[in-house]
Design a protein around this ligand. Structure first.
Ligand SMILES: CCCCCCCCCCCCC/C=C/[C@@H](O)[C@H](CO)NC(=O)CCCCCCCCCCCCCCC
Ligand SMILES: Nc1ncnc2c1ncn2[C@@H]1O[C@H](COP(=O)(O)OP(=O)(O)OP(=O)(O)O)[C@@H](O)[C@H]1O
Ligand SMILES: [Ca+2]
Length: 584
């Protein structure tokens, strides 16, 4: 439809001031007029950023209140705040009350604005399936949804089917098994763990419907159409922070309402011929694995458990031997040390869309990487595998920056959300002060890669193997792989093994903790094998293969908005003002 089909222009009042209001093309604008009809200040709002239009004088806070009058209507739109609490833009609801000289004119305005919204917002969701974890983070999920999000969905005409979860993995199972006809997206109210449930549900369901097996790391998985929305209410909320730039329920709800769409790379983690889990944020061995294993004992501390376990793990001063192999990404396209940042509309990511979907860069029949072990040429992917052997404090693989309030630029500040690559960070054994320097640089603008014991690579795939003689024993029962692609058997087997890994992690951490305290923080008699942390879940296997699937899922987000990033001095939070600057 012609964008100007909704054109309307008339004189309106806002409070005691008279305006010439115009709905034209993609904008609603109003210009103040003085007594002689001279034009003054103009305010313009893109139709794409309108949330809803209501008759009468409408207030949303503290609860919805409508004062009916013949000529009034209220327009709700997105309002940006440059000084957000984090490094992105904080969005709130802007409200403007117009008054028309007649009811007839008011009705025309309301009708035209609503029909402009319909025309300009075809990608907006109409029906959403919302999962609330009542126990995530500070246990405020239900309250956050009820008081901050539900009223906005109602205002925007979104119908939401809400499921308050009663057990872990309920959301994932619901998405995998139930009829989802009519839903335009799924939303979680919770933390990274809840997001991960939705991620596994959506990817699994899509592959199931496409008749594809998720187990073969060489398979070209089917990109998912069902969008995922995240209302942050967890402990870390790293995925939300890294894709929106702030952890704020209202900002996220508004991104969902206007139907923003942000593709996201996903890493599949395999052991032998089995898919173990998907990750978007951190696949980490050594320090981050140990922190997570340790933190399981302190769940009762809430979000603080990570700081406490972080200190304990740091003091235990462990390092682990192993062999890391990786398939480098094209270094002509980008590099983890190019000092750029993936922002909304990022050109590296948009160019990747073309590259990722213009040709099939793998084939599900090309043979498993595992069958080839360390051979360089049987990979379905281009390039040569590189090998690094040694003793590591930590090994981290991240598909995105993994920024979070604790680390506002993240594990890899120049990583991209949707370029089909991940950054592999290898931190070799070093003295505690060196490692502390590395960790501390995550909290400020100093380059954490500019240290002699740290290396970073942009990669498409990674393998980890224990040193000869310490290989993984077939102690774990092999997960029973379902015949049916996307079937549930492997999930429950891997889940069972993960629960055992958690137990092992906890008891292991107990033993290690005791011994470390007896011997002091510099004790060298530490365990030889760590555990993998996959987006906050412990993995039941040590020898794994990770492969990046470019833009496999889509979020209701748009990346961090340009001009809102925490470059020098633009951050609102006093305690960190001016600190978060990329090293340019
Ligand atoms: C001197 C201060 C150093 C501060 C160092 C801060 C580094 C912060 C790096 C954050 C990286 C987050 C990666 C995201 C992971 C998520 O997908 C995942 C799921 O939510 N979260 C975790 O696994 C949860 C993992 C949480 C890891 C928290 C680590 C906290 C370390 C504290 C170390 C203190 C050492 C002090 C020695 C005296
Ligand atoms: N009703 C429930 N009872 C118990 N566990 C649940 C329930 N609903 C979801 N879960 C599980 O709780 C785990 C943690 O939830 P969530 O991610 O929301 O919070 P968090 O751990 O505090 O935050 P973060 O993951 O950001 O650190 C998830 O892995 C999820 O599977
Ligand atoms: Ca990426």
């Amino acid at each position: 439809m012609d964008a100007d089909a909704h054109r309307l222009e008339s004189s309106l009042w806002v409070g005691r001031k008279r305006y010439r209001a115009v709905l034209s093309g993609w904008y609603l604008s109003w210009t103040q007029l003085d007594k002689r009809n001279r034009e003054h200040k103009t305010v313009s709002v893109p139709v794409s950023e309108l949330i809803g239009v209501e008759e009468g004088q409408v207030e949303l806070q503290p609860e919805k209140k409508v004062t009916e009058s013949d000529g009034d209507f209220t327009v709700f739109s997105i309002k940006r705040h440059r000084k957000g609490r984090g490094s992105g833009a904080l969005w709130t609801v802007g409200r403007i009350q117009f008054c028309c000289p007649s009811r007839d004119l008011r009705d025309r305005w309301v009708t035209q604005l609503r029909s402009a919204l319909k025309t300009h917002g075809p990608s907006r969701p109409h029906r959403l399936l919302v999962f609330i974890n009542p126990f995530g983070g500070k246990k405020r999920g239900s309250q956050i949804y009820r008081s901050l999000v539900a009223p906005l969905f109602e205002l925007a005409g979104i119908s939401a089917h809400v499921v308050v979860t009663e057990r872990a993995n309920q959301a994932r199972d619901h998405i995998l098994k139930k009829d989802l006809t009519g839903f335009d997206g799924v939303v979680c109210v919770g933390g990274d763990g809840m997001f991960s449930e939705l991620l596994h549900g959506v990817i699994g369901r899509t592959q199931q419907e496409a008749g594809l097996s998720e187990h073969d790391p060489a398979a070209a998985l089917q990109p998912c159409n069902l969008h995922i929305g995240i209302i942050p209410a967890g402990s870390t909320d790293c995925v939300c922070f890294a894709t929106v730039g702030v952890n704020d329920p209202v900002t996220s709800a508004l991104h969902i309402i206007i139907g923003d769409s942000q593709p996201l790379d996903v890493c599949s983690v395999h052991h032998l011929s089995t898919l173990v889990r998907y990750s978007v944020s951190l696949v980490g061995y050594g320090f981050y694995g140990d922190v997570l294993a340790e933190s399981e004992r302190y769940r009762w501390m809430g979000p603080l458990r990570y700081d406490y376990s972080g200190c304990m793990t740091f003091l235990s001063n462990r390092c682990y031997r192993g062999t890391v192999q990786f398939l480098p990404a094209d270094s002509q396209l980008s590099s983890p040390r190019d000092n750029t940042r993936c922002l909304s509309g990022c050109h590296v990511c948009s160019e990747s869309t073309e590259r990722l979907f213009s040709r099939s860069d793998s084939g599900s029949h090309a043979g498993s990487l595992y069958s080839s072990q360390f051979s360089q040429y049987s990979s379905p992917w281009e390039g040569e595998w590189e090998t690094v052997e040694g003793r590591f404090k930590c090994i981290s693989l991240t598909c995105m920056s993994s920024s979070c309030p604790r680390s506002p630029l993240g594990l890899s500040p120049s990583a991209h959300l949707a370029d089909g690559t991940a950054d592999l960070i290898l931190v070799r054994d070093t003295h505690p002060l060196g490692f502390l320097t590395y960790l501390h640089r995550h909290t400020n603008s100093q380059d954490q890669f500019d240290l002699p014991f740290v290396e970073v690579h942009r990669v498409k795939a990674v393998r980890f193997r224990l040193p000869p003689g310490e290989e993984e024993q077939a102690e774990q029962e092999e997960p029973e792989v379902s015949e049916r692609p996307g079937g549930m058997n492997w999930i429950s087997s891997v889940q069972h093994l993960s629960a055992r890994a958690k137990e092992r992690g906890v008891t292991g951490a107990k033993k290690r903790g005791k011994r470390d305290f007896l011997c002091g923080p510099c004790c060298r008699r530490s365990p030889t094998v760590s555990v993998w942390n996959c987006d906050g879940e412990l993995l039941p296997f040590t020898e794994i293969l990770c492969r990046v699937h470019g833009q496999l899922v889509r979020l209701f987000a748009r990346g961090i908005e340009e001009g809102m990033v925490a470059y020098r001095g633009t951050l609102g939070n006093k305690s960190c003002k001016g600190k978060y600057v990329l090293h340019t």
